[in-house]
Design a binder for this molecule. Structure first.
Ligand code: CAA
Length: 385
């Protein structure tokens, strides 16, 4: 289908595909097997200027939007979503700063993030606060010279690797979600260490760790925006970033579809390629239809984000839910189509199936996001009553 991408958007997509095929494809199985962070590939993505796409021009970025980020995520994830998420987590860790930070903070951090020489990360989740994100316990107590951070963040993508962390912490415990603030914390700040490094089912090239804060003094000027607005900023950030998770899922689904097609094209059973079996054709047609529907919804929701619309909660949630469910289904069907071979690590389908699962879980589980969609439906209905 033609999505009427501009020439610049096509160039960005082609560049991401080239990096994925030339640099990531040859090593993706090894990175997955060894749970190895793709340091050299991330440097190359940086020198190809792809980190610049999500940073405004005045901070040495290229000033593109959500759609361009989705195009890069789709192409990187078509080959390896474990590598892709290392890239995207830097965008997630930067958006709050870009959207709400002081001029001084933006000038200090964004040019390096745009160059890809320093990675960013975002930290909201804690052991007590997953879907119930407002149940965070990490505190940032106002003291002379800044805020004293105490607490532990869990499951943080780019943990231990990123240099710049956006942390959501309670500056006023008594106010719940309205007492949270967002703060920038640099990697080597005294009192900031890394805890457990997670061993994961999928996206194993990415680093996922705890962040541990023990009397970690953060300068007052590192607070992003207004104290007390941290939770709302985090929710707005996630509304904006969810099409990107959907694009990650879309890329996985596309990669799995292509890998399955190649296999059934070459695999002869009962004297003919599997591709000639109507049941196989039926499955491929269903998979291709689902992938295209996911692409249409991802691009539309990303364009809606880029339009500057305020009411993006529902469309972003729908795009993420739909594309991630498609990725899980299509990757599982890809394994099925390839039979015993699909189950083995010699082929990429099993990795894609493992990688797909997290897209149904992170940046809002599909269950909690369905709640959010239903809440929007109820609000709309109430307005017409
Ligand atoms: N935009 C703006 N404001 C929002 C909002 C949104 N999308 N959603 C909620 N809010 C506001 C509400 O208006 C409310 O404000 P007031 O205090 O003024 O009333 C406040 O936030 C609390 O809202 P709720 O009462 O609806 O919130 P809740 O306590 O019931 O929590 C929820 C529900 C946290 C929104 C939950 O539905 C949710 O989205 N959970 C998912 C959390 C999540 O996505 N975590 C991802 C972690 S990051 C990650 O995964 C990244 C990674 O590693 C790669």
């Amino acid at each position: 289908m033609n999505y009427f991408l501009t020439d610049e958007q096509k160039t960005i997509k082609e560049l991401a595909r080239k990096i994925a095929e030339e640099r990531i494809l040859p090593v993706r199985a090894e990175l997955d097997e060894n749970e190895e962070f793709p340091t050299e590939i991330i440097k190359e993505i940086g020198s190809s200027d792809l980190f610049r796409i999500f940073v405004p021009e005045e901070y040495e970025g290229l000033g593109y939007g959500c759609l361009e980020l989705c195009l890069v995520m789709e192409e990187l994830s078509r080959v390896c979503s474990g590598v892709a998420i290392c890239f995207a987590a830097s965008a997630l860790g930067s958006y709050t700063l870009m959207d709400h930070g002081s001029e001084e903070l933006k000038r200090k951090y964004l040019p390096d993030i745009a160059a890809g020489t320093r990675l960013a990360a975002f930290a909201l989740t804690e052991s007590t606060a997953g879907s119930d994100a407002s149940a965070i316990r990490t505190t940032a107590e106002k003291v002379e010279g800044g805020y004293l951070l105490n607490g532990t963040k869990q499951f943080i993508t780019n943990g231990g690797i990123a240099d710049i962390y956006t942390i959501i912490a309670l500056t006023d415990k008594s106010k719940g979600a309205r007492g949270a603030s967002a703060l920038i914390v640099e990697k080597d700040t005294p009192g900031f260490t890394f805890g457990k490094k997670e061993k994961k089912l999928g996206i194993r090239a990415s680093s996922t760790t705890e962040l541990v804060f023990r009397n970690c003094l953060v300068p007052e000027e590192n607070v992003i925006g207004k104290p007390g607005m941290g939770f709302i900023m985090a929710m707005k950030l996630l509304d904006k970033s969810r099409p990107g998770v959907g694009a990650q899922a879309l890329g996985i689904a596309q990669g799995a579809l292509e890998a399955a097609y190649d296999y059934v094209h070459d695999r002869v059973q009962f004297g003919t390629p599997l591709l000639n079996q109507p049941v196989v054709q039926n499955m491929l047609a269903e998979m291709a239809t689902q992938v295209e529907a996911a692409r249409a919804l991802i691009y539309a929701s990303a364009r809606f984000v880029d339009s500057g619309a305020k009411n993006i909660t529902e469309s972003s949630a729908m795009a993420k839910i739909f594309a991630s469910d498609v990725a899980m289904k299509v990757a599982t069907d890809a394994v099925q189509l390839c039979g015993g071979a699909g189950y083995m690590k010699d082929y990429p389908m099993e990795k894609m199936m493992r990688d797909a699962k997290i897209t149904q879980i992170y940046e809002g589980s599909n269950q909690v996001l369905r709640d959010a969609v239903a809440a929007e439906l109820r609000k709309r209905k109430a307005r017409t009553e």
